[in-house]
Design a protein around this ligand. Structure first.
Ligand SMILES: [Zn+2]
Length: 175
C-alpha cells in the first residue's frame, strides 16, 4: 500500500506543481501534479526513475534530465499532468549496479544486457507504486510520456489505464 505522507507547492522553471510524497513501507515516491487531474481521462503522465548521474552530476551520458524537462514542458503546455518519480536508481538495481554495468556497456552491450552481464536483473523496477499513486489521485486514464512503449505494458499490468503513449523528442547536442 502506498500512502500519502506530505504535500507542498513547488515552483519550477516549468510552472507550479503540487508535490506529494508517498511511501509504501520500503521506498518513497513523489508525484508532481499540475492542474485538475481527478476523474480525468488522457492525463499526461511521466513515470521517471531516479538518476543521480543526470540530475545531480549533470552527466551527458544519458537523457534522463532532458526527458524530465521535456515532460514538464509538455505538462505545462497542456495545463495539467502528473510526473511520478520513483526511487529506483539503475533500473531498480541500485547505483552500484549501474557503475558495475558501465564496462559492459562500453564493450557494446545495451544497458539491459550490461546489467545481466554484471549479475543483476535487466530491469528490477516496479510500477506498482506508480499505479497506486495514480489511483490515489483518482486519475481515470493516462497518456504516458515515454520513449519506451514497454513501460505502458508494465503500467497496464499494474492496472492503470494507459490510453496512449506520447514520444518525448529530445534535441540533444550530438557528441
Ligand atoms: Zn540517467
Amino acid at each position: 500500500m502506498t500512502i500519502k505522507l506530505a504535500e507542498r507547492e513547488l515552483k519550477t522553471r516549468f510552472g507550479n506543481f503540487l508535490e506529494i510524497l508517498y511511501y509504501d513501507g520500503q521506498s518513497e515516491s513523489i508525484a508532481l501534479v499540475m492542474g485538475n487531474v481527478e476523474k480525468q481521462e488522457n492525463v499526461f503522465c511521466r513515470i521517471h526513475s531516479s538518476c543521480i548521474s543526470a540530475h545531480v552530476f549533470n552527466s551527458i551520458e544519458c537523457e534522463c534530465r532532458e526527458e524530465m524537462e521535456m515532460s514538464q514542458a509538455l505538462i505545462e503546455k497542456e495545463g495539467r499532468g502528473v510526473i511520478i518519480w520513483l526511487d529506483q536508481e539503475g533500473k531498480g538495481n541500485g547505483h552500484l549496479a549501474l557503475m558495475a554495468s558501465i564496462k559492459h556497456k562500453k564493450a557494446g552491450l545495451t544497458q539491459s544486457e550490461a546489467y545481466i552481464r554484471a549479475g543483476y536483473k535487466n530491469d528490477a523496477r516496479s510500477y506498482r507504486p506508480a499505479a497506486e499513486i495514480l489511483s490515489d489521485l483518482n486519475v481515470k486514464s493516462v497518456v504516458l510520456l515515454t520513449n519506451n512503449p514497454d513501460k505502458a505494458e508494465d503500467l497496464r499490468l499494474a492496472s492503470t489505464i494507459v490510453s496512449d503513449t506520447k514520444q518525448i523528442t529530445i534535441s540533444m547536442t550530438e557528441t
